[in-house]
Design a protein around this ligand. Structure first.
Ligand code: SDX
Length: 436
């Protein structure tokens, strides 16, 4: 079990209908203090109201820290820019899972374990055949990852520390294999088995792009770019899909079912589906001269249109990942001789126009991680429908680290929010014949 690092920081007085209630104030190592309302309902018969949880902490965590005003993102205290520049995805997985950067021996053991879990049960291949070929790869991911609990009964007992670790390694190892299978199935090509002599991201690129007639030649620049993109997407505090995984896990559901729930939530265009939506938006804009028309539409409330890849619940300043994503976009496009990519031109100009527009300035809307990822992933050869699958592949380690932390939290209990009820008060049943 994990010990709490929360410190008392005085108290807050709440006065309701002339009565005072003293509520403890709690402090962490970074970020805002929090008012502890755990006893409020018992003491004052009061709920708090916070749809979307904009001001609510659902947990204590020591995994990822975000400061939305300063554009700060740290995994276990390490700034994302440092990890993007100096680390690699598998090392960042170790850091997120275990809390420290690994020693050489620890990294070798971790990499050996992940490498030897990359294959999936052969029976799983026939599971894919139940889908139509044009099924969205995210629909396949929801189904297949949820089905893993039907194959790996020996790592579904969440009370067993060793089984939790095996399930964690299995999920991190198998997500690239399943994601590549979802891609191959959607393009009608045969599945490609993982190889133990290849690194994590090289293996994934080969499983996606190798064909029996022509093995894929690893391009180290492209693999490095994708590996960095995975680091940028690995975890992000208590976002919607992570909160979904935590809530599912709080009922004792097995890890495979919890991750499948996270995948389903991530699919939404307001969340992980934004990278697919952002690229489609750039394609719809098409040329720089049509940008004003779309910016005007995004400012018109009645249009229901939003600039995809812009805005963020937490970042009210630049999303630090967007900067790192832009660097990877240029690296990939330069490597492939696509620096004249028309969509990149539209994206750069759209960013410039939006950041000068009073509407976006006033509402603090900046490009987020999804704004440049679509251009980069398309250049790497992935169809738009695979973009959120890649996000899910990378975010699996974050979901798992948060799920593990939740289970090791002594204060953990099933998540069960309340409501302000505004429906009908009690009334008598009316027989059919007497209804008007
Ligand atoms: C991710 O939470 C995370 O950490 C998520 C994530 C992660 O790593 O897990 O970072 C990944 O999901 C990034 C976000 C990807 N989504 C998009 O790019 C979709 C487009 N963006 C939005 O829909 C929106 O900005 C959200 C959903 C991201 C954030 O929404 P909020 O914080 O709830 O803000 P809001 O919807 O209340 O908007 C505030 C105002 C509104 O105007 P008013 O009602 O105040 O007049 O800003 C406007 C909105 O209309 N607005 C936008 C806009 N985003 C918000 N207007 C135009 N274009 C946009 N993109």
């Amino acid at each position: 079990m994990r010990e709490s690092n929360i410190k008392p920081a005085g108290s807050a007085t709440l006065t309701v209908k002339g009565k005072n209630y003293e509520l403890p104030v709690l402090s962490g190592t970074q970020g805002p203090d929090a008012v502890d309302i755990r006893k409020l309902y018992d003491q004052a018969d009061l709920f708090t109201y916070d749809p979307g949880f904009t001001s609510t902490c659902s947990t204590e965590s020591n995994i990822t820290f975000i400061d939305g005003d300063k554009g700060v993102l740290q995994y276990r205290g390490y700034p994302i820019a440092d990890l993007a520049e100096h680390s690699n995805f598998l090392e960042s997985c170790y850091l997120l899972l275990y809390g420290e950067l690994p020693t050489k021996t620890q990294m070798a053991a971790f990499e050996h374990s992940i490498t030897h879990h990359t294959m999936v049960h052969e029976q799983l291949a026939s599971f894919f055949r139940g889908f139509r070929r044009d099924a969205h790869p995210m629909a396949i991911m929801c189904g297949v990852v949820g089905a893993l609990s039907a194959f790996y009964h020996d790592s579904t007992d969440i009370t067993d520390k060793r089984q939790r670790e095996v399930a964690s390694h299995r999920l991190i190892a198998k997500m690239p294999t399943i994601a590549a299978m979802a891609f191959k199935y959607s393009v009608g090509q045969p599945f490609v088995y993982p190889r133990n002599d290849l690194g994590y991201t090289d293996n994934f690129m080969r499983m996606c792009f190798s064909v029996p007639a022509d093995d894929y030649k690893i391009n180290k620049v492209l693999s490095k770019a994708l590996d960095t993109i995975f680091i940028l997407h690995a975890d992000h505090e208590q976002n919607a899909s992570t909160s979904t995984v935590r809530l599912a896990g709080s009922s004792g559901a097995n890890p495979f079912a919890c991750i499948a729930a996270g995948i389903a939530c991530l699919w939404g265009p307001a969340h992980g589906g934004a990278n697919e939506a952002a690229l489609k938006m750039l394609e719809e804009i098409g040329t720089v001269d049509r940008i004003p028309e779309f910016v005007a539409k995004a400012k018109d409330k009645t249009s229901g249109f939003r600039l995809m890849g812009f805005g963020h619940r937490v970042y009210k300043n630049y999303d630090p990942r967007a900067k790192a994503m832009q660097i990877q976009a240029h690296a990939v496009l330069d490597e492939l001789g696509l620096h004249d990519d028309p969509l990149l031109k539209v994206a750069i100009e759209l960013e410039k126009v939006a950041l000068k527009d009073p509407y976006f300035i006033e509402k603090k809307l900046y490009p987020n991680i999804d704004f440049y990822s679509g251009i980069t992933l398309r250049a790497l050869g992935f169809p738009t429908s695979m973009f959120t699958v890649l996000f899910a592949l990378a975010r699996t380690v974050g979901w798992i680290a948060q799920w593990k932390e939740m289970l090791e939290d002594p204060h953990q209990k099933i998540g069960r929010p309340r409501q302000i009820y505004t429906g009908p008060t009690e009334r008598k049943y009316v027989a059919m014949g007497s209804r008007k």
